[in-house]
Design a protein around this ligand. Structure first.
Ligand code: BG6
Length: 468
């Protein structure tokens, strides 16, 4: 028997991502047949009222009959996160099968992580060392280095690392999982994946939406903590890792951590740009959004130039950029190759390989050829493979993949504590080094490419952003 206990059952994440993902798993028969899903929150619903809540709130189009069959599988349990008696009542309600796989999915604000884990343990629902008792944490795992450490120190009193699944939903995305395959199964890429061939790498995760309903969290976090600390550093570590052994999960995790430890910024003042979207006639400025302090200096955009202090990447620049209310929603990793060091070809346009994550999933490659009919003229062409354009393409959404992996006890697509720790170490060092970062907050037009200073960051090096 598999039991999924979903804490934060009426929250935004559950409604937008988790029920649709669970439904897809259910309708594709990817959940064990005897799976029970127990939805837990503070609201005083009974199961019937909760079903109505789901019908009214979970958007999307799906097979109505299957959707109703799925909903009937979900039961509701009212629980107040800090109250131990409620967990004891939960245990009484669900108890029975000692061998069942129990998954505790914490889709809650981080301040509830500690009491939930403690009470699950006191109520004997979560047993230390039992790998069938799994606990899933949504990001952010902490607000900074100290709080992340506090949460982890607390956690390890109740569970071992192998029971913990820390979510970074970018790791569930098809093309992010593909980075390893692309690199290591294609000699053409693997052989040139280093400082001798690669000039620089750009990673962009741009969004066109604003802060939406999440101001309460976002205004205290900002783009660096919300996006760079997790998704962009994970992408960077996958692109830059040097595996040393067998390419098994342990080896990959170790190599990713090596990259995170080796990250540095040469001059934080010059190499980091932060911005906040202003308003125009149609779109509200960030400071005017509901729940945002009117004098907020929280960054909704960040761009930076990083180095990786490992022999493979000596001299190679890594640029990261992310932001809200930008021109378009796009996630890409762009690998820009060096020019050949050969006679007249020295100045030819650089090869560019783009790993496309969103809106398309696929790859593009820019290369040079001879112009037909002329003997010495070069032209640049582009090859493209769009995986998500294929007619029979039905890859699972990131959350579907990740929940499936938790159910099957596979850790590969989750972040280990030493990764999270090193991500926070890097981010905190950057934030501490640049006390005047906030003073240099640049404002940018909604729907634009971000602050001008971010463009200048690359222009200075004779480059430009590729994706925006
Ligand atoms: C989340 C961030 O982790 O990722 C959000 O907290 C952001 O602020 C979201 O909007 C972006 O995810 P995706 O999959 O839409 O690119």
């Amino acid at each position: 028997m598999t039991k999924i206990f979903l804490f934060g059952a009426t929250g935004d994440l559950s409604v937008r991502k988790l029920y649709p993902a669970l439904y897809e798993l259910f309708s594709r028969d990817r959940l064990p047949e005897d799976t029970q899903i127990i939805c837990i929150s503070r609201r005083p619903y009974d199961t019937e009222q909760f079903h109505s809540f789901l019908i009214d709130n979970v958007g999307g189009t799906r097979d109505v009959k299957k959707w109703f069959t799925f909903i009937k599988k979900l039961t509701y349990f009212q629980l107040s996160f800090p109250v131990l008696e409620d967990y004891i009542a939960l245990k009484e309600e669900v108890d029975g099968d000692a061998d069942s796989v129990n998954i505790f999915y914490l889709a809650t604000a981080p301040q509830f992580f500690k009491p939930i884990v403690e009470h699950l343990s006191s109520a004997d629902l979560l047993r230390n060392g039992n790998l069938n008792n799994r606990i899933v944490f949504e990001k952010p795992f902490g607000k900074n280095l100290q709080t992340a450490r506090e949460i982890n120190d607390h956690l390890v009193q109740y569970v071992v690392e192998d029971q913990i699944y820390r979510m970074d939903h970018y790791l569930g995305k098809e093309m992010i999982q593909n980075i390893m395959m692309l690199r290591f199964s294609n000699m053409i890429y693997d052989a040139s994946w280093n400082k001798d061939y690669i000039d620089h790498i750009q990673i962009t995760v741009a969004e066109s939406v604003g802060v939406m309903e999440r101001a309460q969290y976002y205004d205290k976090a900002g783009a660096i903590r919300d996006m760079i600390q997790s998704h962009l550093l994970q992408m960077l570590s996958l692109v830059a890792l040097t595996p040393e052994g067998t390419l098994d999960s342990e080896d990959i995790l170790r190599s990713k951590t090596e990259v995170l430890k080796a990250l540095y910024i040469e001059d934080v003042k010059k190499d980091v740009v932060i911005g906040q979207y202003s308003g125009n006639g149609e779109v509200k400025a960030y400071r005017e959004e509901k729940g945002v302090a009117p004098d907020s200096r929280t960054e909704t955009y960040a761009a930076m130039k990083l180095k990786v202090d490992l022999p493979r990447w000596e001299g190679v620049d890594f640029y990261l950029q992310t932001g809200k209310r930008l021109e378009k929603k796009v996630s890409e990793i762009v690998i820009v190759y060096k020019c050949p060091n050969l006679g007249t070809y020295r100045d030819c346009p650089q090869n560019v390989m783009v790993i496309e994550i969103y809106p398309q999933e696929g790859m593009r490659f820019k290369f040079n050829m001879k112009k037909p009919g002329e003997t010495k003229t070069l032209i640049t062409r582009e090859m493209e493979f769009c995986q998500s354009c294929m007619i029979d393409y039905a890859a699972p959404e990131a959350y579907e993949t990740l929940i499936y992996e938790v159910v099957n006890g596979n850790h590969d697509l989750f972040t280990r504590w030493d990764e999270v720790w090193n991500e926070w170490v890097f981010v905190e060092k950057m934030l501490n080094e640049c006390t005047n970062l906030q003073e240099n907050l640049q404002y940018y037009e909604p729907g634009s490419k971000g602050p001008k200073a971010a463009g200048d960051l690359l222009l200075r090096d004779g480059r430009s952003w590729y994706s925006l």
